[in-house]
Design a protein around this ligand. Structure first.
Ligand SMILES: Nc1nc2c(c(=O)[nH]1)N[C@H]1C(S)=C(S)[C@@H](COP(=O)(O)OP(=O)(O)OC[C@H]3O[C@@H](n4cnc5c(=O)[nH]c(N)nc54)[C@H](O)[C@@H]3O)O[C@H]1N2
Ligand SMILES: Nc1nc2c(c(=O)[nH]1)N[C@H]1C(S)=C(S)[C@@H](COP(=O)(O)OP(=O)(O)OC[C@H]3O[C@@H](n4cnc5c(=O)[nH]c(N)nc54)[C@H](O)[C@@H]3O)O[C@H]1N2
Ligand SMILES: [Mo]
Length: 728
């Protein structure tokens, strides 16, 4: 590193900050992410400068804030926690606090909060993720717990695919902008080069053409929500052609015979009607799949939708019919265009993370049931074969997430957030969630503290070095929780007597990576190559070689008597096709991940702002659909349905299949003109429905909704989402 330069990292990659405060990519990253263009917005005026409390006049989400001294704010928070525990019990505190927070293993907001709350008596938590809600619950029934870990976090590595695979059939595509991001960051972006180097032909089955880089393969536009029909028809054709691997089904699966029977009537002609892909194209694709080494890739997005369990199960069934599961470059994979480290190697040791303690409270919610939890205390819900009860939550504590970005049906969530007695939020920024808190505590960003950056399978450990003094009076989460624990009488248990600096050295020293530089040398170099990394894994190779899965049968369960025993009509014990059904609105709205930022983070950053249209989030639609509605490129449009409405800037694009529109997530919710729209800026969760995938997983279904789009007449209201609600 040059003199005065500091090293840092983010979920979208490692970078350097010069003495003058300029950001440049980590020199060793061959394909750095353009999202680095947002980094300097960490110093934007939308920051929370001082602890703030809500002026209680209109209700959460409507009020302005008053700044107070740190000691007073900490006293208030400590008192609220003590009172809630004493009067209502530990499970009256909801500390799920879902969200991505920032890269950095020590100052990771949720790890800090969970350790703090667990040591104080516990908290109601959330299970699973918005990313993979359906997969995390259904996969263990299909391939067992270990198999699930393999599918989600190891999988077949890209170099193996690049060398061995003849055909990748990518349901949901292989979207490169999504692979910019890896939870925890990644020092080296390699998906683009590996996809370019792969010999395979790629068929992208997706509603959007640019879910695959231009020129890299064939686009098969599909009606969203109908992939299972296509998978069944492909399986049907393989069987009809005598190309199904019946030996594999017999030896390695249970329910293979049942599956073969069930797709007998699922002809290509049947599927064509449903999914919009011509029958002869389906027949030809099945034959191409049988002709060589074929990899069936299913993106995470497919399961973030109603009945999201099914594309997983049907995709595995299709790969099982091909019989190449466990062969190099064949079989099944999940999330290859969803994150930068799927198929991105593995390290033979864990990561240097902040240690957690056992949470003594057992109450939980499936993560996307947050509004139901707050609205319906005492009510029962189904989850993975169990019946559970929502506890009566009185205090919500959120650090490192933005539910008023990430949850569906934001108006309903706002109603839910009126219910608890106390809402506490830690945020660097005045996000929509901070604006629903009673007490907002300002926290530092990654540029304002030292930390360690690394993710699963990463190539390097990155020194994350403080480049700026904290903004305003912002503090590190560690210091905030230390001060609260001190007030509550368990400071020593929380800190173990270490300062932040001492923790960093401690985590580094006990980290199992070997060989390892001395800490000071690593810190001066700014990084250290992760020793012993490998990227030659083949998913389920050991299973094919005879090692049983940890399912009840030891095999892949294409029929699960466990799931069948739950008796859920919306998720039976085998893969099934559920038609999206008749909709009251004509356009499918794809609410995918933004290419210009991570979720709602740094939406005010230069790269995110450059992608806006007419000052709003761009909504893309097919030129034919636009013409039919008198919409021109650049028009401000109203996107609406029964849930709500949202303004956005129209972008006409042949990359959207007819009937498909696309509005990415993450524009900051702006509810300043409710007479015009639920959000005047472009957050799609103004119009998504708050329903789970099924009674099995109860996962997030925010990926798709159905809408009408029209030109907005007149002068649209200004976007004020980045203006802090502080002052008179
Ligand atoms: N419609 C629809 N909705 C979706 C999705 C979809 O496909 N469609 N996708 C879903 C998915 S997969 C996900 S993962 C979620 C993402 O939802 P979130 O993870 O909640 O979204 P982020 O914008 O990353 O929110 C992280 C917040 O943490 C704050 N933060 C950063 N660093 C720190 C820190 O050190 N301390 C504290 N206290 N705060 C910090 C940031 O400012 C930001 O406000 O969205 C979900 N929502
Ligand atoms: N740049 C950037 N990258 C990110 C993120 C981000 O916010 N920004 N978020 C990260 C997170 S938290 C996650 S969980 C992952 C998510 O990874 P994914 O879930 O894979 O990503 P999405 O962009 O939501 O969806 C990918 C594509 O799926 C297609 N799709 C949607 N519905 C259907 C369908 O019914 N059938 C078919 N065949 N295709 C469909 C859409 O065209 C969409 O572009 O991305 C990660 N990467
Ligand atoms: Mo996610």
């Amino acid at each position: 590193m040059s003199v005065g330069e500091s090293s840092s990292s983010s979920h979208w990659g490692a970078f350097r900050v010069s003495r003058d405060g300029l950001v440049s990519p980590r020199p060793g990253d061959p394909d750095p992410s353009p999202l680095l263009g947002n980094i300097l917005a960490q110093r934007h005026r939308a920051r929370v400068a001082r602890p703030s409390i809500r002026r209680r006049s209109a209700g959460r989400g409507y009020d302005s804030y008053e700044e107070i001294a740190w000691d007073d704010a900490l006293d208030l928070v400590a008192e609220a926690l003590r009172e809630t525990r004493e009067q209502h019990g530990d499970n009256a505190i909801f500390g799920g606090s879902y969200g991505w927070a920032s890269a950095g293993r020590f100052h990771h907001a949720q790890s800090q909060l969970h350790r703090f709350l667990a040591l104080g008596g516990g908290y109601t938590r959330s299970r699973n993720t918005y990313s993979l809600g359906a997969s995390e619950v259904v996969l263990p029934h299909i391939v067992g717990k270990r198999g699930t870990y393999g599918v989600l976090w190891q999988s077949t590595d890209w170099p193996v695919i690049a060398e061995q695979t003849d055909l990748i059939v990518a349901f949901g595509g292989l979207r490169l902008s999504t692979t910019d991001v890896t939870p925890g960051g990644r020092a080296t972006h390699t998906v683009r080069s590996q996809l370019a180097a792969a010999k395979a032909r790629v068929v992208s089955v997706s509603p959007l053409r640019d879910d695959l880089p231009a020129g890299r393969g064939e686009w098969l536009p599909i009606r969203p929500g109908t992939d299972v029909a296509l998978m069944f028809a492909l399986a049907h054709q393989l069987i009809a052609d005598g190309r199904a691997d019946l030996d594999f089904l017999d030896r390695y699966t249970v329910g293979g015979d049942r599956f073969v029977d069930s797709v007998r009537s699922r002809t290509p002609a049947w599927a064509a009607e449903i999914c919009g892909i011509p029958a002869e194209r389906i027949v030809a694709l099945a034959r191409e799949m049988a002709a060589g080494r074929t990899f069936v890739a299913v993106s995470w997005s497919l399961q973030r939708a109603p009945h999201g369990e099914q594309p997983l199960w049907a995709g595995i069934a299709l790969a099982a019919v091909l019989g190449q599961i466990g062969l190099p470059g064949g079989g099944f994979g999940h999330g290859y265009g969803s994150t930068g480290n799927t198929g991105g190697g593995r390290l033979p040791y864990g990561l240097p993370t902040f240690p957690q303690v056992l949470n003594p409270v057992n109450d939980f919610i499936p993560v996307a049931k947050i509004a139901d939890l707050l609205l319906s205390p005492g009510e029962e819900f189904d989850y993975d074969g169990g019946r559970h009860t929502y506890p009566d939550v009185k205090l919500v504590y959120w650090a490192g997430g933005n539910p008023f970005h990430h949850h569906q049906d934001l108006n309903r969530l706002r109603r839910a957030f009126q219910r608890p007695s106390t809402v506490i939020v830690h945020e660097p920024f005045w996000t929509a969630t901070a604006r629903h808190a009673d007490i907002v505590l300002p926290v530092t960003t990654t540029l304002e503290r030292d930390d360690l950056g690394i993710s699963h399978g990463d190539t390097h450990l990155v020194a994350m070095q403080k480049a700026f003094e904290p903004y305003g009076e912002a503090r590190d989460e560690y210091d905030i929780f230390g001060a609260l624990a001190q007030r509550l009488g368990y400071e020593r248990a929380f800190t173990q007597g270490r300062t932040s600096d001492e923790w960093l050295r401690h985590l580094y020293d006990r980290w199992r990576a070997a060989p390892k530089k001395p800490f000071d040398e690593f810190w001066a170099d700014g990084e250290m190559e992760a020793p012993g990394r490998r990227d030659d894994a083949v998913l389920f190779a050991d299973f094919r070689d005879g090692q049983a899965l940890d399912t009840p049968s030891g095999r892949i369960e294409l029929y699960s008597s466990t799931v069948a025993g739950f008796g859920y009509a919306d998720c039976p014990g085998y893969p099934d096709f559920f038609a999206p059904g008749e909709k009251a609105y004509p356009l499918v709205l794809i609410c995918n991940q933004p290419r210009s930022r991570l979720h709602s983070q740094l939406d005010m950053g230069a790269f995110s702002q450059a992608g806006k249209r007419s000052g709003r989030e761009p909504v893309r639609l097919n030129p034919g659909d636009a013409a039919a509605r008198g919409i021109a490129d650049g028009d401000v449009v109203l996107v609406r349905n029964d849930v709500g409405s949202v303004l956005a800037g129209a972008v006409l694009s042949e990359d959207c299949a007819p009937g498909v529109a696309q509005l990415s997530t993450g524009a900051w919710w702006d509810s300043s003109a409710p007479e015009v729209a639920t959000c005047v800026h472009g957050n799609p969760n103004a119009v998504t429905a708050d329903v789970g995938t099924s009674r099995l997983a109860q996962g997030c279904t925010g990926q798709v909704t159905w809408v009408e789009i029209s030109r907005f007449e007149g002068a649209p209201p200004p976007v004020v989402a980045y203006d802090p609600p502080v002052g008179s």
